[in-house]
Design a protein around this ligand. Sequence first.
Ligand SMILES: [Ca+2]
Ligand SMILES: [Ca+2]
Ligand SMILES: [Ca+2]
Length: 171
Amino acid sequence: MNYTTAKGRVFAMLDADGDGIISKQEYLARTDHVTHATGRQKDDPLAVVARAAAERVWDSMDANRDGGVTFDEYDAWAGGPAFDSVCRDALGALFDLADTDRDGKLNRAEFTMLRETLRNPVSYADAAFDALDADRDGRIGRDEYLASIRAHVTGERSRMGDVLYGAAAGA
Ligand SMILES: [Ca+2]
Ligand SMILES: [Ca+2]
Ligand SMILES: [Ca+2]
């Protein structure tokens, strides 16, 4: 299995137990982990929105409805159309959960907490923050965050994506 591609690195992050399949439980647990990490209960309005958005991603991603997503299934699904139809909402909902001071942006602590909870190594998350915070004001906007992840999954250049998923580790 080729995990050296941009999509492969994302798949490897999503397959938490490394068995080669993203299970529904594995996928939905990501939202629960962020909810928990931000000190929220599952019935928090933002948590409910995030969980519903994650379920829509799951329904879209598990094309053959067998309860698991293989790399081939993921590879065929991931990209611009999937991002625009379901992933943007889900990632935006996680962004909103992580925005604990509710200023509409993520500071370094909020961002690294989010990405660590989503299983990116903290050093990658820290470097990704620097790559995204182009104007160095210490905050990352929702739109630029989502645009950067979209660029990564659609194969465009994304400095943030490269460092977040380890393609530019040490660079
Ligand atoms: Ca798995
Ligand atoms: Ca499947
Ligand atoms: Ca914030």
